[in-house]
Design a protein around this ligand. Structure first.
Ligand code: PPS
Length: 292
């Protein structure tokens, strides 16, 4: 499917038509979750997606990288709302099923109500999300032209980019953590303590690892290993869809890269909107790379 210039609008949110159809989005809302399902949830560019897909794959295989090096991430942890998911699941026998989604809780909540599936929500400080998303727009031909950085920043804060509002996404999911079987992990804690995070995720999934299995997981989830793994670095995607001459999916993987893009004025604008939209939220964010 290559509907590169098509946008699907669903419940007021834009999605790239390259991967989403009205049918696939409707299908996600009625998805029959199983209690054994593992669902990775993130707003795009929160790292939740790719990094957590790799972590969960490696935990499931007890640190053996065979699957993560032979099967693309979108087949081993498909996006629920994308058009190929239903067919893929029909032919898949893997248990537990690992699924991924960028949908907001408002939309997916009802389908999850009866489920005891395990949900892993991954978040990242939104200034870095915004910068990563901006660079990704430049190479992703299925997303609109990002325009100038100030324009993009404004749209992010207004919640009008594809995939909707970051603010609604994080508040919607994390406010339901107690009602759902949900583990909240941040990009910043993954960066700071990958080993500890993998341990936390493996305990949550009730799949404790032996020392050498954990060591293997840590090794294969490192930025450098993932950057070289074509099953996760998106180099398999043709240039007309992802223009590899304009960037790299595994770009920098750093905390605080926003400082290289934001002017002082843009930072003040961001902080003002952030303060007002997050006043009802107790989450704390790490904005800068901790020294050492
Ligand atoms: S997507 O498009 O929603 O699936 O993207 P997502 O995977 O959520 O986010 C992509 C960013 O995650 C970074 N990344 C990593 N950083 C550190 N270590 C590891 N292992 C890792 N894996 C992915 C990737 O580089 C993107 O961030 P930026 O800031 O653009 O580098």
């Amino acid at each position: 499917m290559a509907r590169l210039d098509v946008t699907e609008i669903f419940h007021g949110i834009s999605y790239p038509g390259h991967l989403h159809t009205q049918d696939s989005l409707h299908h996600a809302l009625k998805f029959p979750f199983q209690d054994t399902d593992v669902l990775i949830v993130s707003y795009p560019k929160s790292v939740g997606t790719t990094w957590m897909q790799e972590i969960v794959t490696l935990i499931s295989s007890r640190g053996d990288p065979h699957l993560s090096q032979s099967s693309p991430n979108w087949t081993r942890a498909p996006w629920l709302e994308q058009y190929y998911c239903a067919d893929l699941l029909k032919s898949s026998t893997s248990t537990p099923r690992v699924l991924t989604t960028h949908l907001p809780h408002d939309l997916l909540g009802p389908a999850l109500q009866e489920s005891k599936g395990q949900i892993i929500y991954v978040s990242r400080n939104p200034k870095d999300v915004l910068v990563s998303f901006y660079h990704f727009h430049k190479m992703a031909n299925f997303l609109p032209d990002p325009g100038s950085f100030p324009e993009f920043l404004h749209q992010f804060l207004e919640g009008t980019l594809h995939f909707g509002s970051w603010f609604d996404h994080i508040k919607g999911w994390t406010s339901q953590a107690a009602a759902l079987n949900l583990l909240h992990v941040t990009y910043e804690e993954m960066s700071k303590d990958l080993r500890g995070t993998i341990n936390r995720v493996s305990s949550f999934l009730q799949r404790p690892l032996l020392e050498h299995e954990l060591n293997n997981c840590v090794k294969h989830c490192s930025f450098s290993c993932m950057k070289d793994n074509k099953m996760i670095n998106y180099s398999l995607i043709p240039d007309e869809i992802l223009d590899h001459s304009k960037g790299c999916f595994m770009r920098k993987g750093e905390i605080g890269d926003w400082k290289n893009m934001f002017t002082g004025e843009q930072n003040r604008y961001f902080d003002t909107v952030f303060k007002s939209k997050m006043q009802d939220c107790i989450l704390k964010f790490v904005w800068e790379k901790p020294e050492n």
